[in-house]
Design a protein around this ligand. Structure first.
Ligand SMILES: Cc1ncc(COP(=O)(O)O)c(C=O)c1O
Length: 447
């Protein structure tokens, strides 16, 4: 029987092991003995963190959970530190530091616009995260919305709440395009909203073809770029994407800030996302009627009521600048090597099945989800953490419909990579999984 441990129990075991065995060697090197050639492409926070194992040793943390939240780039940390030293109010002060903060915030907007190839008249709105961006847009769309059932809940539920039509994606890219086309032809829609890359399998959808398809049927397209933007350079102008949503914390910036970029008209015509200061152009009190009349701003300010997250915006812009400096090709090559190593290694382990949605998809970002025969995903993840110091995600990844459809009702284990990932991290994971299924790992079942 599979035994699931809750997070508190795992933590308690870690701590107990750590406290009870103070004399064991402080650090264990789990890096493979053979030649390891690929190091990190960029310096990220936490790269030299040592974490406790159940036997009391410590080991360098192998972070293979970038798709959940990527560690901050050192370049981001530096930019945020610099901004903090001159921190003051934004958009509301004549003081010198207020002006500096405002310039940083608006400069961040311009950097993000350039990074995603925004059209001149697109709005760049700073939000809390991708979920926030999509909820905001959901309140602005003047008509029907079509979505796929492969989506993260963030790109499913805000639309469903407004009665979106959900298309069941056939398990081939060609079939999925045909199913979308059939739905758009059946009844007009204002918007097609699709993920750029699946957060479950990392598979990338053909966005340009989907954009052309949507436009042919008079719809716009929104791309949930949470998993695509950290890995691929996107240009709204060149791809035909009308709206793009993404999160800072998956783009090597800390939590708390995200972006919605896209066409101005729907955004300017809609009710403000939040009511409050900053979004208002003028508020006229009418004391007798005990009411006020409000004239709202157009532009990004309309949907950014309240004091903005200037540090979050600065962090995202710094990440965009650093990704540009590193270069699209270098990033793609780094990730391709590691993901191919991961896939080839997992394919060689008996009883391990990587998940795929589309049999014919030929592009994927650095995300691989897999099931281990006879071992619950949570148990695999706990074993990897407790005995090998490896962080992965397990479960259904906030994408319950597609995970159920893939035949893994309990979910799977997801390893994901990024700029700080090394060949050694990937080889450690492969060794640990092989060890588990061979029956030598703590969590393994007799096979
Ligand atoms: C594809 C996708 N969309 C949306 C989200 C939601 O992102 P956030 O939690 O930053 O709002 C995620 C998060 O994992 C995701 O992977």
């Amino acid at each position: 029987m599979t035994v699931l441990l809750d997070a508190d129990t795992v933590l308690a075991r870690h701590q107990a092991a750590f406290e009870c065995a103070p004399d064991v060697p402080a650090r264990r090197e789990l890096d493979p003995a053979g030649p390891v050639t690929v190091g990190p492409l960029a310096a990220v926070s936490g790269r030299d963190e040592y974490v406790p194992l159940t036997d009391g040793a410590t080991v360098r943390y192998a972070n293979l959970d970038y798709a959940a939240s990527a560690p901050a780039l050192d370049a981001v940390t530096a930019a945020v530190t610099a901004a903090l030293s001159e921190y003051a109010s934004v958009h509301r002060g004549a003081g010198y530091l207020s002006q500096r903060s405002t310039a940083r915030y608006e400069g961040a907007r311009a950097t993000v616009a350039e990074f995603v190839g925004a059209r001149d008249d697109d709005h760049v709105i700073f939000t809390g995260n991708t979920t926030d961006s999509l909820n905001l847009l959901a309140g602005c769309v003047p008509g029907d919305v079509v979505v796929l059932d492969v989506e993260h809940h963030a790109n499913l539920l805000p639309w469903r709440r407004r009665g979106a039509r959900v298309v069941c994606a056939p398990l081939s890219v060609g079939g999925t395009l045909a199913a979308v086309e059939a739905e758009l032809a059946r009844r007009p829609a204002a918007l097609l909203s699709v993920t750029g890359a699946s957060n479950v399998t990392g598979e990338v959808l053909p966005i340009r073809r989907l954009a052309a398809l949507a436009h042919r049927y008079g719809a716009r397209i929104c791309v949930d770029g949470a998993q695509l933007v950290p890995h691929r350079r996107i240009s709204l102008r060149e791809s035909g994407i009308d709206y793009l949503a993404f999160s800072g914390h998956k783009l090597y910036a800390p939590f708390g800030a995200g972006v919605l970029v896209g066409r101005a008209d729907w955004l300017d015509d809609a009710d403000p996302y939040r009511y409050g200061g900053g979004a208002t152009y003028e508020v006229i009190g009418r004391p007798v009627a005990r009411d006020v009349e409000v004239a709202w701003h157009t532009g990004p300010a309309r949907h950014e009521a309240g004091s903005p997250n200037v540090l979050g915006a600065v962090a995202i812009a710094a990440a965009c600048t650093e990704l540009t400096r590193l270069g699209e090709t270098a990033i793609a090559e780094h990730e391709r090597f590691l993901v191919e190593l991961l896939l080839a290694g997992l394919a060689g382990i008996d009883g391990v099945t990587p998940l795929r949605i589309w049999v014919d998809s030929d592009d994927r970002v650095g995300i691989v989800a897999f099931a281990v025969d006879g071992v619950a995903p949570r148990e695999v993840a706990e074993y990897l953490s407790a005995e090998h110091g490896i962080g992965v995600r397990d479960g259904k990844f906030c994408a319950h419909p597609i995970v159920s459809r893939l035949g893994v009702p309990d979910g799977a284990v997801r390893a994901s990579i990024g700029l700080g990932t090394t060949e050694s991290d990937v080889r450690r994971l492969l060794d640990a999984v092989a060890h588990l299924v061979s029956g030598r790992g703590r969590g393994s079942k007799q096979r």
